[in-house]
Ligand binder design. Structure first.
Ligand code: ZN
Length: 599
């Protein structure tokens, strides 16, 4: 251990008992305060806006000072305080952490691999957050683990401080940095490439059966496109995608020099496949999304996140910018990279329009409110969410599209949302106080000369739909709507659970709700005929608009029958198509927007 290490909090991480899913972490605090130290674990992880109470996974905690036991008093759900620490010697706190949550937000350990976020394992020493922190991560003991490797973007303490597998000592400049580098260990596959001259790597745990060459080539193109948008360089010296492939899964969490991803094995490109299929496209979109966050939210931040307060909710009305704009640019980067066609891109966007406009909740909650209430509403969705909330991801992406097309139309394509992103990067990147809550209209005006105060008042702070159809017309894109599925005729959302159909939601104002049908009911029969797991669409399609039919459900164990009027299907499925009669000027506008060369 170096001299510098002597004065900073040091963590020793042992994948202690993989079969019991336990990490052991020993925290050494040199020269503790004689009056005692206060230690706490974050209650949330930045990027996932929900209180998760990570301290609930601490199953044992104990402390020693100068080799003598010290009493730790727990003073709230996540905080411990030592008694007085008189005399020389370090404070050593040992915790056992249960790690059996296979998500990108938490920690997971078994005989096959280990993964953790620092927010799960590293107690924060109050008052020392701004100084350097050292961590030593050791290989699990036993012959079964001798070939394990470790991947993290946290920098080694020195060139010789880690072994060839990546285990050893690493250092962070602050607690905030320490917990912003997830760690994966095990026997993973990897692909490496350079983008903007900087080394990038994707680590894949759980699968080696994929087309590594294609993944490497496609990811490099996505990363190059994102770097080019922000002026060509990368804001890190290396970048890692830490991917866990499972049977069925999806998720991503952004970090400053890496991202943790969860995907299904079928999402990875199959060997020998000629085309990029839908599942792989969605995976590339996820990679693109988290990568864009390396700028937008990890460096350009709301002022409310500077700094992150890890013991409580951090409120901002700006997630429509930080998640919505990111959701817009994730798929846009795919079409700009040439990985998907214009037609495929329009198909993806049409799905977003449908997803937003089919939920009545968008008329009740604005995206600025949705951002603010992410902690209790977007992240805690229930059967009433379609009636009560709007997604700052999906509507945020449509707002980004709407602003982009508005700026392009008003400036004859001389300016765009790309200029807004570059302006944000230049003025609100690292070492700035962050984006103030009401600053976006002024920022967009400064960056492009276009005044969008009215649009923001209506689309962001109000509940108006983004007029996508009108805005896309000058770019030679036509929007049409078709009838949605048969369930829309009753105003229900139903899902198969085993052999039964259960109502996941009943939409406000729909005929099922008017008749008394409720979310959670098990659909048993329509017009006297049994509903099974697969025949709902067919049963409903046999009825005419306006017809009154008995609908039987089980509510808990009670059989109830309601008379429900069948209504016309909602025109909710949106389709976007290129107008074949577009003038040259219009196709040029479109090519400029989608970043494609003129044919
Ligand atoms: Zn995101």
């Amino acid at each position: 251990m170096s001299l510098r290490a002597m004065s900073m909090p040091c963590y020793l991480v042992e994948p202690f008992r993989p079969e019991a899913h336990l990490f052991r972490v020993s925290l050494t605090v040199p020269d503790p305060h004689p009056e005692g130290e206060v230690l706490s674990l974050p209650v949330w992880i930045p990027g996932s806006y929900m209180i998760r109470e990570f301290a609930r996974n601490i199953v044992e905690i104990s402390a020693k000072h100068a080799d003598r036991s010290v009493r730790l008093q727990k003073i709230d759900k996540t905080t411990w305080q030592t008694g007085k620490l008189r005399g020389a010697g370090s404070l050593v706190v040992k915790v056992l952490v249960y790690a059996w949550d296979l998500s990108v937000r938490c920690a997971h350990l078994d005989q096959s691999h280990g993964f953790f976020n620092g927010t799960q394992l590293f107690l924060q020493v109050r008052g020392r957050e701004d100084g350097p922190h050292l961590v030593e991560i050791v290989r699990p003991q036993g012959d079964a683990f001798t070939d394990w490797k470790l991947a993290t973007a946290l920098k080694p303490e020195s060139r010789r401080s880690i072994d060839r597998g990546g285990f050893g000592r690493r250092i962070a400049d602050s607690y905030d940095e320490l917990v912003d580098h997830p760690v994966e260990m095990g026997n993973f596959a990897s692909v490496s490439f350079k983008a903007a001259g900087v080394p990038h790597e994707m680590i894949i745990t759980g699968s080696s059966d994929f087309d590594a060459g294609r993944l490497q080539e496609d990811l490099a193109r996505v990363c190059e496109t994102q770097c080019a948008l922000f002026g060509g360089g990368a804001p890190f010296s290396h970048y890692q995608f830490l991917t866990m492939a499972v049977g069925e899964g999806y998720g991503g969490l952004e970090h400053r020099a890496s991202t943790a991803l969860l995907c299904s094995r079928k999402d990875l490109p199959a060997r020998g496949a000629v085309r990029r299929d839908e599942a792989y496209r969605v995976f590339l979109g996820l990679c693109s999304h988290e990568y864009f966050h390396a700028w937008n939210v990890k460096r350009i931040k709301p002022a409310a996140f500077k700094p992150y307060l890890l013991d409580r909710e951090n409120y901002t009305r700006l997630l429509w910018v930080f998640e919505g704009f990111t959701s817009y640019y994730d798929d846009l980067a795919l079409v700009r990279s040439g990985l998907i066609s214009t037609e495929e891109y329009l198909g993806v966007m049409a799905k977003t329009v449908t997803a937003v406009e089919r939920n009545p909740g968008r008329m009740r909650q604005s995206v600025s409110e949705s951002s603010f209430d992410a902690w209790t509403k977007y992240y805690r969705q229930d059967e009433n969410s379609p009636n009560a909330i709007v997604s700052y991801y999906q509507k945020g992406a449509l707002i980004a599209l709407g602003l982009d097309l508005t700026i392009r139309s008003r400036t004859e394509n001389r300016k765009s949302l790309d200029d807004v992103m570059r302006y944000l990067w230049a003025h609100y990147g690292e070492n700035s106080p962050g984006v103030a809550e009401e600053a976006m209209p002024a920022i967009i005006l400064e960056a492009t000369g276009v005044d969008v105060r009215r649009e923001i008042a209506r689309w962001v702070d109000g509940c108006e739909d983004v007029p996508v159809e009108r805005l896309l017309r000058p770019f030679g894109v036509q929007l049409t709507r078709r009838a949605g599925n048969q369930q829309t005729r009753l105003g229900i959302r139903a899902r198969k659970t085993g052999t039964v159909m259960r109502l996941t939601s009943v939409l406000d104002g729909g005929s099922a709700q008017a008749a008394g049908v409720s979310a959670g009911d098990e659909l048993v029969a329509i017009n006297g005929l049994r509903v099974d797991a697969d025949n709902l669409e067919q049963l409903l399609s046999r009825h005419t608009d306006g017809q009154l039919v008995p609908v039987s459900v089980f509510r808990r164990d009670e059989l109830l029958t309601f008379t429900v009027q069948i209504r016309p299907a909602c025109q909710e499925d949106c389709e976007l198509k290129l107008d074949p009669r577009s003038a040259v000027r219009i196709t040029r506008m479109r090519s400029h927007w989608l970043g494609q060369k003129q044919k």
